[in-house]
Design a protein around this ligand. Structure first.
Ligand code: PEP
Ligand code: MG
Length: 585
C-alpha cells in the first residue's frame, strides 16, 4: 500500500529505488559490493566467525563455576541456538549470493529483518530475545573485524563485476536508496563512493552536516523524516522527492509514472544549466560575481573545476580527521592532502579552513550526535576552541597548510572565533608554525588570513576582526543557529531555523557593508550562498563572492545572470526593514 513520510528537503531531485536499511548502531560496518568470485569467500568469512563465536560460548559455558545461577547457562544456550538459526545463515547467504553484499553488510541486513520479527511478537519473553540476537551479531562482527578482507571501494567492486559481466541479474541493476535513522558525516563520506541514488534519515536538520555532505553528493535526499527507518522495510520501493522533502513508499504505477516524468524534467533542467558552465558570472549591470566551491576532500576539486568554480571558498578540513578511531592525520598526510587540493584547482585560490571538529561533526562517528561529557556540544569545545585546547595538534595543521601554500594561492580561514584573546592566540600560533618551518628549513608560502563570522559576537565586533584579518567569510549555518538559539541538527526545531529572520539578515548585511567599506574581501560560505531563493537578496546586500557546493554553482549563476545588482540594492534595504522579509523574496 502506498504511503508517504514527510521530512525536510535537503538535496534536490527525484530518486526512485529499492530501500537499503542501514542501522546507525552498526553504521561503522563497511558496505560494499563484492565481485562474483568472492561469494564463497564471503560466506566462509561469516561461517568461520560464527563457528568461532559458538566455540567461545561453549567454552565459557563449560568453564562456568558450579555456583553460578542456572539462568546464566540457559542464556548461553539461547545464544548458541540463535547462532545456529537457519533464518540467519540462509538470509546472510541470500544477501551475499543474490545481491553481492559484503559479509558484514549481509549479516546486519539479515539481523534487521529478524529483529523486526521479534519486535512484532506478542510474547514479551520472545520479544526480548532481540537483544540476545543483537549481542550474537555484534560478536560475529567483532570477530570478523579481526579477520576482515581488504575493503574494496564500492564503485570499484561494482565496476569489476560489470566488466566481467558477472552475476548482473535484475536485482543488481535496480537503483538503491539508503534509509537510516541517522548517518554521521563520516559515514556519508564513505557513501560518497557508493552506488546509492538517494537517501533518507529519520533525524537531522536542513543544515546539519549530514545534510551538507548529502548535498555535496548531489543526490536527492530527505532528512528529519521522523520514523522513516521504522516504516520502510528492506527492499521496499521508495521515491525520494528531494525538492518537496517527501518519501513515497511502495508507489502505485500511476505515481511512479508521474515521478518518472518529474525525474526526466529535472534531468533536462540540469542539461540546460550545463550550458552556463563557461558563461562569465556577471549581473545584467556588469557586476562580476565570484562563485566558489565548498569541498570536503581534495578529490572534490575535480567537480569544482568541472562546473567552472573560480576557486575553493571553503575546504572543510575536518573531514580528513574523522572516523579514524582517534588517530589524527600527521603533518605529511595533511600537507599532501592540502597540496592535492591546491594542485587540483590548477592555479585558482583555495581557502582551507582549520579543523572544525565538535558539535554534529564528532571525530569518531561512533561518538554519535552528542559527545560524552559535553553538556551542549554546539556550545562546547568546537572548532577553534578545540584547536586552541591542543596547540601541538593545531601547529601540525598550520604547518601543513603553510607548506601547501608553496604550491599555489592558499587562504587560511579560522572557524568560530568570537573573542580577541582567541584571535591573538591563533595569530601567535600561526607565527609560531612559520618559525618552526624556518628553523627546519622547510619551504612554505604566503597566505591570506580570514575569519569566519558565525557567532553573533563576531558579527557585532567587525572592526576588531578587520583589524587582524585580510578577509571574512560568513558562516550562515552557524550564524543562524547561534543567533536564533536553534540547534541546526535538531529536526524538532527545524521549523524555527530561519535564514530570513530580520536579526540574521541585519548581521549579514552589516558584515558585508563593513567589509566593502574597508575594501576587505567578504564571502558567504554557509548553505545560504547556494540557495537560489537567497541569491538576489545577497546580491542586493552587496555580496560579490559566494561559496557553495559545486552542484549548486550553475543554478546560482543563472540567478546572477538575470539580476540587476543596482536595482536589487534598493529593494534589499526594504527587505531589511521588513518584519517579515521572507514574504518579500
Ligand atoms: C557555516 O557555519 O555556515 C559554515 C560554512 O560552516 P559549517 O557548516 O562547516 O559549520
Ligand atoms: Mg560553521
Amino acid at each position: 500500500m502506498t504511503f508517504s513520510v514527510h521530512g525536510l528537503a535537503v538535496s534536490r531531485g527525484i530518486a526512485i529505488g529499492r530501500a537499503v536499511l542501514v542501522a546507525s548502531s552498526r553504521a561503522d560496518v563497511a558496505h560494499y559490493f563484492i565481485g562474483a568470485d568472492k561469494i564463497e569467500a564471503e560466506i566462509q568469512r561469516v561461517r568461520v566467525a560464527r563457528d568461532a563465536v559458538a566455540e567461545e560460548i561453549t567454552r565459557v559455558q563449560r568453564e562456568l563455576p558450579k555456583d553460578v545461577p542456572h539462568e546464566l547457562s540457559a542464556l548461553l544456550d539461547v545464544h548458541l541456538m540463535l547462532l545456529a538459526d537457519e533464518q540467519l545463515s540462509n538470509g546472510v547467504k541470500h544477501w551475499i549470493t543474490d545481491r553481492l553484499y559484503n559479509a558484514e553488510w549481509a549479516l546486519t541486513t539479515q539481523f534487521e529483518i529478524i529483529a523486526r520479527q521479534f519486535d512484532d511478537m506478542e510474547d514479551e519473553y520472545l520479544r526480548e530475545r532481540k537483544a540476545d540476537l543483537e549481542q550474537v551479531v555484534e560478536r560475529i562482527l567483532a570477530f570478523m573485524k579481526g579477520v576482515a578482507s581488504p575493503v574494496l571501494p564500492v564503485a570499484q567492486a561494482n565496476r569489476q563485476a560489470r566488466q566481467q559481466d558477472l552475476l548482473l541479474d535484475d536485482t543488481m541493476d535496480v537503483p538503491l536508496v539508503l534509509v537510516a535513522h541517522d548517518i554521521s558525516p563520516a559515514d556519508m563520506l564513505q557513501f560518497k563512493q557508493s552506488l546509492f541514488v538517494g537517501f533518507a534519515t529519520d533525524v537531522g536538520g536542513r543544515t546539519s552536516h549530514t545534510a551538507i555532505v548529502a548535498r555535496s553528493l548531489d543526490i536527492p535526499a530527505v532528512v528529519g523524516a521522523r520514523s522513516a527507518s521504522q516504516l520502510i522495510e528492506q527492499d521496499d520501493w521508495v521515491i525520494i522527492d528531494g525538492d518537496a522533502g517527501v518519501l513515497i513508499v511502495d508507489p502505485s504505477p500511476i505515481i511512479l509514472a508521474e515521478y518518472g516524468f518529474k525525474q526526466r524534467q529535472g534531468e533536462l533542467e540540469r542539461q540546460r544549466l550545463n550550458r552556463l558552465k563557461h558563461t562569465p558570472s556577471l549581473t545584467l549591470d556588469g557586476q562580476k560575481i565570484e562563485l566558489l566551491a565548498n569541498i570536503e576532500m581534495p578529490d572534490d576539486t575535480a567537480n569544482a573545476v568541472n562546473v567552472g568554480a573560480v576557486g575553493v571558498g571553503l575546504f572543510r578540513s575536518e573531514f580528513l580527521f574523522m572516523g579514524r578511531a582517534g588517530r589524527l592525520p600527521d603533518e605529511q598526510e595533511q600537507y599532501l592532502a592540502y597540496r592535492k587540493a591546491v594542485e587540483g584547482m590548477q592555479g585558482l585560490p583555495v581557502t582551507i579552513r582549520t579543523v572544525d571538529i565538535g558539535s554534529d561533526k564528532p571525530l569518531d562517528k561512533l561518538a554519535g550526535r552528542t559527545q560524552d561529557g559535553q553538556l551542549n556540544p554546539a556550545l562546547g569545545l568546537r572548532a577553534i576552541r578545540w584547536s586552541l585546547a591542543d596547540p601541538p595538534m593545531f601547529l601540525t595543521q598550520l604547518r601543513a597548510i603553510l607548506r601547501a601554500a608553496a604550491h599555489g594561492q592558499v587562504n587560511l580561514l579560522v572557524p568560530m572565533l568570537s573573542h580577541v584573546s582567541e584571535i591573538r592566540q591563533t595569530l601567535s600560533l600561526i607565527d609560531h608554525a612559520r618559525a618552526e618551518l624556518d628553523n627546519k628549513g622547510i619551504a612554505y608560502g604566503p597566505v591570506q588570513l580570514g575569519a569566519m563570522i558565525e557567532i553573533p559576537a563576531a558579527a557585532l565586533t567587525l572592526k576588531l576582526f578587520l583589524k587582524y584579518f585580510d578577509f571574512l567569510s560568513i558562516g550562515t549555518n552557524d550564524l543562524i543557529q547561534y543567533t536564533l538559539a536553534i540547534d541546526r541538527a535538531d529536526e524538532a526545531v527545524a521549523h524555527l531555523y530561519d535564514p530570513c529572520h530580520p536579526a540574521v539578515l541585519r548581521l549579514i548585511a552589516d558584515t558585508i557593508a563593513e567589509c566593502n567599506a574597508q575594501g576587505k574581501g567578504v564571502s558567504v560560505c554557509g548553505e545560504m550562498a547556494g540557495d537560489v531563493a537567497m541569491t538576489r537578496l545577497l546580491l542586493g546586500l552587496g555580496l560579490r563572492s559566494f561559496s557553495m557546493h559545486p552542484s549548486q554553482i550553475l543554478a546560482v549563476k543563472q540567478q546572477v545572470l538575470r539580476a540587476d545588482a543596482g536595482k536589487l540594492a534598493r529593494w534589499a534595504q526594504e527587505v531589511l526593514l521588513s518584519d517579515e522579509p521572507a514574504a518579500l523574496l
